[in-house]
Design a protein around this ligand. Structure first.
Ligand code: ZN
Length: 174
């Protein structure tokens, strides 16, 4: 599958809950894993391949292993942790971003069973990043205002996100 890049409107839209878990969802997840591995990523959310469904895949052998979470909802978060974060939809960049250090979430697995996950540091970061994608939020929106201005200038200079109007909707409000 093709990974959608910064500036693609699908990355700005809120994804809908998965209401029916069937073969097409399992196939989507398989394709997403293949796409994620090819891009050497550790997490990929459905909107990043143009699908507005609330699910993401991940594989990070050192911490959480491989998995799929559908309809994730963060139930708890605490602490703060600054980590250099990147995104397959904004290739070639990373920024130090502060987020909660720990999160707990509920979701559903591919068999339709409810799952709860407690995560810290890298896994917690991955989860928060992917859930942001499901809400149409990119990591550039998690930067502090100064970082963000520099980042958007640089991305524009590189021609990312330059294919239409309204790509930086929150810039005007800051
Ligand atoms: Zn991302």
């Amino acid at each position: 599958m093709e990974i959608r890049l910064f500036g693609d409107p699908v990355l700005r839209s809120k994804a809908a809950d998965v209401t029916q878990i069937d073969g097409s969802v399992a196939r989507l997840c398989d394709s997403m894993f293949t796409t994620m591995y090819a891009a050497r990523g550790i997490g990929l959310a459905a909107p990043q391949v143009g699908v507005r469904k609330r699910l993401f895949v991940y594989d990070e052998p050192e911490t959480c292993g491989r998995g799929v979470i559908l309809n994730p909802v963060v139930t708890e978060s605490d602490g703060t942790w600054i980590f250099e974060e990147g995104c397959l939809s904004v290739p070639g960049y990373s920024w130090e971003i502060e987020r909660p250090r720990r999160v707990a979430l509920t979701g559903v697995d591919l068999d339709g069973n409810e799952v709860t996950v407690e995560a810290d540091e890298l896994f917690a970061r991955l989860i928060q990043h992917e859930i942001d994608h499901l809400d149409g939020v990119l990591l550039t929106e998690r930067l502090d205002p100064e970082q963000r201005r520099a980042a958007l200038t640089e991305l524009r200079r590189r021609g990312l996100g330059s294919s239409g109007a309204g790509l930086f909707p929150s810039l005007g409000t800051e």
